[in-house]
Ligand binder design. Structure first.
Ligand code: ADP
Ligand code: MG
Length: 462
């Protein structure tokens, strides 16, 4: 086997090249322009993510590379040759992998090898080796229904890797899993990839979760929709294993969020200063999480990409006045843009509206960590010897910047947001804000919890 450079530090051989690729689904009035002028190359040794809001054409790019659908125009090359029909060098792992319920775990992996003409003994050998590698040793004879969601997805990975694809394509492979299973599976994949234990030469993963992309991959291709196009190609030059709390990691996450949120002002101008610092402290708009979420969900349902604010208020059966704090919060956090009386979601706002509960909390946390009042509260609690501070202390400090009842309302909103994002906690009985223990994070071996039954994988809209 040729020496494969993990981490993409050295340019490898070119596997895939898309040049000026366009894709339109359907024709005439019902035509959807899914991709516009996509230029993309993937080399051996690279782990690349496609990142962007739902509908920006990420899955379409995977399907074109796998040869499941043709491009409408442009050139698709695999190892320098035009791709015709199904690409034998790739496999795709989908969100919820379709396993055959009547076959055992082992048979579910072996079944992928049959069409390749591999003899039965060799099939068994390969299947057992892979199941062992993904941590399913001992579950060979179990049936899919006996496994948790995370374990089933591991069988999916094992099956995809059994055929030893040169290019492994992953379409949001972790998004149907609970947080802990997703995290342990991410770590296992990274282990397989960085150690070179699998013959896969490159990985292309679809994600709409920025931290996941920064955690795992060498390059992030950021996309936008209507029609789907690439807006940035960002290298991730951090050594593995990566740590989510380190500065360079957080900076890169922020940089990508900033890009997706399409900010125009500098952060300092937009967000103001911390209480006690020179400059104006921008008050938090008094919008509870439920109102912000409801607003973003409602706007995301809109067919047009902008909605008139009066019509929006009407459809939510609220006065525009009552809606304004949520609108301001959505703008402040980079979820929406208001222009000429219309509101539009940013790709980040769309991602939030479509995300699972946990992913929403994570997106929200990354956004409010930038807000000076929230940062100030975090810093204060952090600096306290036992990481606990009474509510009154904050309120008194804020009273220097705001009238007393406004200071109290600022604290109410900050606590509502901070609690939701799990940045800090509040004990109602003692009126104390505090930091909890470190949550379970990457790297810790985690038993796979019995997750809920995953939804059956959705048939493609082809
Ligand atoms: P993503 O994976 O980024 O969510 P997709 O590649 O699934 O995006 O879709 C890109 C666009 O193409 C969307 O507007 C979607 O509605 C449209 N689309 C996807 N598949 C089909 C199809 N089979 N027929 C018509 N439109 C489609
Ligand atoms: Mg998709």
């Amino acid at each position: 086997m040729a020496v494969v450079t993990r981490n993409g530090n050295h340019a490898g051989e070119e596997l895939v090249r898309l040049s000026h690729v366009n894709k339109t689904y359907g024709r005439g009035e019902r035509a959807t322009e899914a991709l516009q002028d996509i230029n993309l190359t993937i080399k051996t040794g690279e782990f690349v993510t496609l990142l962007g809001p739902s509908g920006c054409g990420k899955s379409t790019i995977l399907r074109i590379i796998a040869g499941l659908i043709p491009a409408s125009s442009g050139e698709v090359l695999y190892r320098g040759k035009p791709l015709r029909g199904v690409n034998p060098h790739t496999t795709i792992v989908f969100q919820a992998f379709a396993l055959f319920p009547w076959l055992t775990v082992q048979e579910n992996v072996e079944v992928a090898l049959k069409p390749l003409g591999i003899p039965p003994l060799e099939r068994t050998k390969r299947a057992l080796a892979l199941l062992d590698r993904v941590g399913l040793d001992g579950f060979e004879t179990a049936y899919p229904r006996e496994l948790s969601g995370g374990m089933r997805q591991k069988v999916g990975f094992a099956r995809a890797m059994a055929v030893e694809p040169e290019l492994l394509c992953l379409d949001e492979p972790f998004s149907a899993l609970d947080v802990l299973s997703a995290e342990s599976l991410r770590n296992e994949l990274m282990e397989l990839w960085t150690s070179g234990a699998i013959p896969t030469k490159a990985i292309l993963m679809v994600s709409h979760y920025i931290e996941e992309a920064v955690f795992m991959t060498d390059r992030m291709i950021v996309m936008e929709k209507n029609p789907g196009h690439i807006i940035a190609d960002i290298p991730v030059n951090l050594p593995h294993p990566r740590h989510r709390k380190e500065r360079p990691f957080l900076q890169l996450v922020d940089q990508v969020y900033g890009l997706i949120a399409g900010k125009t002002q500098t952060e300092a101008e937009e967000l103001g200063s911390m209480p006690g610092e020179a400059g104006r402290t921008r008050p938090l708009p008094h919008a509870p999480i439920s109102a912000i979420s409801g607003l973003l969900e409602r706007v995301n349902e809109e067919v047009a990409d902008r909605i008139d604010l009066y019509r929006l208020a009407e459809s939510l059966q609220e006065s525009l006045n009552d809606l304004l704090p949520s609108i301001e919060a959505a703008e402040m956090l980079g979820f929406a843009v208001v222009e000429a009386g219309d509101m539009m979601l940013t790709p980040l706002g769309q991602a939030f509206a479509e995300a699972s509960i946990q992913a929403r909390k994570e997106i929200f946390a990354t956004r409010i960590r930038r807000v000076p009042i929230i940062r100030w509260i975090q810093n204060m609690i952090n600096a306290a010897p036992d990481h606990r501070i009474n509510w009154d202390v904050f309120q008194a400090a804020l009273s220097l910047e705001f009238p007393p009842d406004e200071a109290e309302r600022q604290m109410e909103t900050a606590v509502n947001w901070g609690r939701y994002a799990e940045l800090f906690y509040f004990d109602d009985d003692e009126d104390v804000l505090f930091l909890e223990h470190e949550p379970v994070l990457a790297g810790s071996p985690v038993a796979v919890a019995e997750g809920p039954e995953p939804e059956p994988s959705k048939p493609d809209k082809e």
